[in-house]
Ligand binder design. Structure first.
Ligand SMILES: Cc1cc2nc3c(=O)[nH]c(=O)nc-3n(C[C@H](O)[C@H](O)[C@H](O)COP(=O)(O)OP(=O)(O)OC[C@H]3O[C@@H](n4cnc5c(N)ncnc54)[C@H](O)[C@@H]3O)c2cc1C
Length: 487
């Protein structure tokens, strides 16, 4: 007999802890209508839309770890519908995903703490304003909502920040603030050097962990089984999926199935290589920090804030000299890319700010646990100072900053892979990069539509694995280089 694991949730309704019951599962090859490899947000969402929303019976998930513990609990938990082209596919996809998240929030009395504070992209460079305005107008036209421009010196601006809590009846689109006085009035902690701010309205954050746990509870209630085991092989028969081998406590077991969903996060290519498929993905390590703002420099009702300009970290003269003298630290004096971001985390009494910056993004082979850059706390704190000068009070006075992170598994156009693989019966859902939580609802729905044969939405074509075979598309991607909205 195989000692399998079956997950159950304790304290139903609060969804705060997961208990593991050991159960006996037949040693013989069992069979399933669908097997999902991976119980991160991608796998759980696939299971939710297959079993709960489409009534599929006998779904088995296999994960070598506890659900949601590899990448899916490392997220900043933010969402937005503000995505660049080409075409409107990403905007439509995210609008759909946010619609579904809002439905889920309504049906659970907002168990997932969805807010709609928006994203505030800030620049201190007035020469970038025209470009920001043009890009914003383009994204607005893709379906992200109207662009409202609040000109410099405007006396009649009706701009107001978003409410801190709740998500109903809010503006969509974006407000481009060109008047420093409006910015200073509503966001007094932002640098007086600010030149413009773009407030994207259909965005904010939520408890992605609660959302994952809620879906997990639902899938378990609908008969989905989770096996804690490592997938080691996939057998094909006449060119199509036949069974999945997995290994637990030194023994190998099989699950026979016609439908295989691969949701293995950063290890997706390890799994697809078992069926001789190589997907066009790479992995980058991204780090975040939970930082204690115990001096209340930032207001607790702040939106998600992004400094859009490259930054030079501020070092004291003696620190600068020390870094300069050592080849291994000289890079800390160089310019860092734009995109430093943070948001308040927790309730009104929490001092926590979550901070993130994507820098030094080499393509890496994922290893677990990852090693984080020992300078990351200083880089993140000092990198935020051009946007929030008050944070300089914390240099040398940070209290127990906590660092974690995970891999962005991504494609060259920063769009997911969702759909069938070239082996009959095999599907993929992944390459979720830095947006997997916000995308998970529409992604799970789309994956299920592929599996059960429902009509596909128009954006489905943008996520097929073979899209790069179209040379025109590949050329467009090459021209856009890295302008795909990664944060
Ligand atoms: C620092 C950071 C910040 C982020 N911020 C945001 C954000 O603000 N908003 C947002 O929407 N997204 C964000 N993301 C992205 C989001 O967290 C990811 O896109 C998402 O969690 C990926 O989910 P996944 O299910 O594809 O992968 P994972 O969560 O990694 O799950 C994959 C699962 O597959 C299992 N697996 C792999 N191989 C095997 C095997 N051989 N056998 C059995 N099981 C296997 C693993 O154990 C794992 O549990 C962020 C990510 C990071 C790292």
């Amino acid at each position: 007999m195989l000692l399998g694991y079956r997950y159950g949730l304790c304290n139903r309704g609060k969804l705060n802890c997961l208990i593991v019951k050991v159960q006996l599962i037949s040693e013989k090859t069992e069979s399933a209508d669908a097997v999902i490899i991976g119980a991160g947000i991608a796998g759980i969402s696939a299971a939710y839309y297959l079993a709960v929303k489409n009534g599929m019976r006998n779904v088995v998930m296999i994960d070598e770890r506890a659900p949601l513990t590899l990448t899916s609990d490392k997220s900043m938990e933010c969402y937005r519908n503000w995505w660049p082209g080409p075409n409107d596919h990403m905007v439509c996809f995210m609008n759909r995903s946010i619609d579904l998240m809002e439905e889920l929030a309504r049906e659970t009395d907002n168990l997932i703490h969805l807010n709609r504070r928006g994203y505030l992209f800030v620049t201190g460079d007035k020469d970038r304003i025209d470009k920001i305005r043009d890009t914003a107008a383009e994204i607005s036209c893709l379906g992200a909502g109207p662009l409202r421009i609040h000109e410099d010196g405007s006396k009649t601006s009706d701009y107001a920040p978003s409410p801190a809590w709740g998500f109903e009846n809010q503006d969509s689109g974006a407000d481009l603030l060109l008047d420093k006085q409006i910015i200073a009035k509503h966001y007094p902690y932002i640098s007086h050097e600010v030149a413009a701010a773009l407030h994207v309205r259909r965005g904010g954050w939520f408890s992605a962990q609660q959302m994952g746990m809620y879906m997990l509870e639902q899938v378990l209630d609908h008969g989905v089984r989770i096996l804690k085991s490592k997938v080691t092989g996939i057998a094909l028969k006449s060119g199509r999926v036949d069974s999945v081998h997995h290994q637990s406590t030194d023994q190998t077991y099989n699950v026979g199935t016609d439908v295989l969903v691969i949701a293995a996060g950063p290890f997706v290519n390890k799994i697809t290589s078992m069926i001789n498929v190589k997907l066009p993905v790479l992995n980058e390590l991204h780090t975040k920090m939970a930082f204690q703002d115990y001096l209340s420099v930032v207001a607790r009702d702040a939106p998600f804030m992004i400094w859009d300009d490259p930054v030079q970290l501020s070092w004291l003269p003696d620190e600068r000299a020390e870094l300069e003298s050592d080849e291994s630290t000289r890079w800390l004096l160089e310019e860092f890319p734009g995109g430093m971001h943070f948001r308040p985390d927790g309730g009104v009494d929490s001092p926590i700010l979550l901070m993130q910056l994507s820098y030094g993004l080499d393509v890496v082979e994922p290893v677990w646990p990852p090693q984080f850059d020992p300078f990351v706390t200083d880089i993140l704190l000092r990198g935020m100072i051009p946007m929030i000068p008050g944070l300089s009070s914390y240099i040398g006075r940070m209290r127990r900053p906590f660092v974690d992170g995970g891999y962005y598994c991504k494609t060259s156009d920063n769009r997911p892979l969702i759909g069938p693989l070239p082996v009959q019966g095999a599907f993929v859902i992944g390459a979720f990069a830095g947006y997997g939580q916000m995308a998970s609802q529409a992604a799970g729905e789309l994956l299920a539509a592929h599996v059960v044969g429902h009509k596909l939405p128009t954006y489905a074509e943008a996520f097929f694995v073979d899209r790069y075979e179209d040379s025109n598309y590949q050329e467009t991607v090459d021209q856009m280089q890295d302008k795909f909205g990664q944060l």
